[in-house]
Design a protein around this ligand. Structure first.
Ligand code: CTP
Length: 406
């Protein structure tokens, strides 16, 4: 059954966290929009936000108690409201999110009810920054907002226009109707995800290359862009799974509703993967470096006109160690990049590494292998199934892989 964005708000529970910026007054209108659409709204004000809007206004509009400090004035009352509020919400919106509040969200500070609930909430978080233009484009803010996105939060871009300072630039709170639409589409996606075929399943995906250092400025790596792994993570999240994406260095944005953990070396990837080896499905898409330097120079190796040789030793095979300790009912999927005797080599890996499926691709074939474009893969299963997929864009390949395997 199709649901329109605004029907996704009926009876949904929205926490609105307001921090201390001039745009705070616009959130009064936002509460009215949510209430009109049938949502229940509770408001959290930072102490500074009360300079811009009063608890009385927000309480009257939301028809609910407004929360400010983490410790209540009446010390004999319950102080665990931050946990209860976090569990109550279907969506937590921080609007306006000032530079200060954004920085606190990045660092996990909990000095007010708003910041504490940001740590306890299990629902999606939508951050709507608003601040003066120079604060918005400052590298500290840019990095903080990127970090929030990496942490799996939804972050809207501030709008361009006249600012309270009199300057003109990017920094205005997005229009209340744009925040409303974004909230509705997040809730719609969340309700679809809860009913998706992978609801309740944890999926671990690795993506991108790993890098093995030679000295402080040089490394060995490969041409993986991470695209295939990111698309698989995105598809699994769309199907309702809780997705952890362990990523080597890439230039890609974190897919929505995916928790991404960045790593650099094979050893780091191995460590993080093992921390999540309880996943129901593990898909090792990463182009893991097979070799690492036997010794890493602490200082930059200088050129001296002499030839050099580099001693390499094998890295740990992450997939093989997962296969060796595979849990009952766990689905383990590997990738194979083969230029010759593809099917036979992939079948060998499937058995050797104790996998359920292996996805074979040939980097020499036109339109396959590394890069952002297309791929052509063959799926081989432990039970002998062979599924040849046609050349397709990588997002469609990801869909087809999940459809066939899961
Ligand atoms: N892989 C891994 N750890 C490694 C190397 C590879 O987990 N140190 C995983 C990859 O993520 C991929 C699969 O193993 O899912 C196949 O990798 P590939 O390099 O093609 O195969 P290898 O077993 O390393 O064999 P070969 O190098 O002979 O092709």
């Amino acid at each position: 059954m199709n649901q329109s964005p605004s029907t996704s708000l009926r009876a949904r529970r929205i926490l609105l966290g307001v921090s201390g910026g001039i745009a705070a007054y616009k959130t009064a209108e936002l509460i009215r929009l949510f209430k009109k659409a049938g949502a229940e709204v509770k408001v959290l004000l930072t102490p500074d936000a009360t300079r811009f809007v009063t608890p009385l206004t927000m309480g009257t509009l939301s028809e609910n108690e407004v929360f400010i400090e983490i410790f209540p004035e009446n010390e004999s009352g319950s102080w665990t409201k931050h946990v209860a509020l976090g569990l109550w919400a279907d969506l937590f919106i921080v609007a306006p999110a000032t530079a200060q509040t954004v920085s606190k969200l990045v660092n996990g500070a909990c000095d007010s009810m708003l910041t504490a609930v940001a740590l306890t909430a299990r629902c999606p978080l939508l951050v709507c920054p608003a601040m003066d233009h120079d604060m918005y484009i400052h590298p500290a803010t840019v990095q903080n907002l990127a970090q929030l996105r990496t942490n799996g939060l939804h972050v809207m871009d501030a709008e361009h226009g006249e600012l309270a300072s009199g300057l003109v630039g990017q920094g205005r709170l997005p229009d209340t109707s744009a925040i409303f639409d974004q909230a509705a589409s997040i809730l719609l996606a969340a309700s679809r995800a809860k009913t998706g075929p992978l609801a309740g399943k944890k999926v671990l995906v690795t993506a991108g290359p790993t890098r093995e250092a030679i000295d402080p400025v040089r490394y060995i790596s490969n041409h993986s862009t991470g695209t295939m792994g990111y698309e698989i993570a995105r598809s699994a999240a769309r199907r309702g799974a809780e997705v952890v994406l362990v990523s080597g260095p890439t230039a890609l944005e974190t897919p929505e509703k995916v928790r991404r953990i960045d790593v650099v070396s094979t050893a780091e990837m191995h460590q993080v993967v093992m921390e999540h080896d309880d996943a129901d499905i593990i898909i090792m898409v990463a182009a893991v470096a097979d070799f690492t330097a036997a010794s890493v120079s602490n200082t930059k190796i200088k050129k001296d006109g002499q030839s050099k040789s580099l001693q390499l030793e094998p890295t740990i095979d992450i997939l093989a160690s997962l296969g060796a300790s595979k849990k009952p009912d766990q689905l383990l999927i590997g990738f194979a990049l083969e230029t010759d005797n593809g099917v036979a080599n992939a079948q060998g890996k499937l058995k050797r590494k104790n996998l359920d499926w292996i996805v074979l691709n040939n980097p020499k074939e036109e339109g396959a292998g590394f890069g952002p474009g297309t791929n052509r893969v063959t799926l081989l299963s432990m039970s002998g199934a062979v599924i040849e997929l046609p050349k397709m864009p990588k997002d469609e390949v990801a869909e087809a892989i999940l459809e066939s395997i899961v």
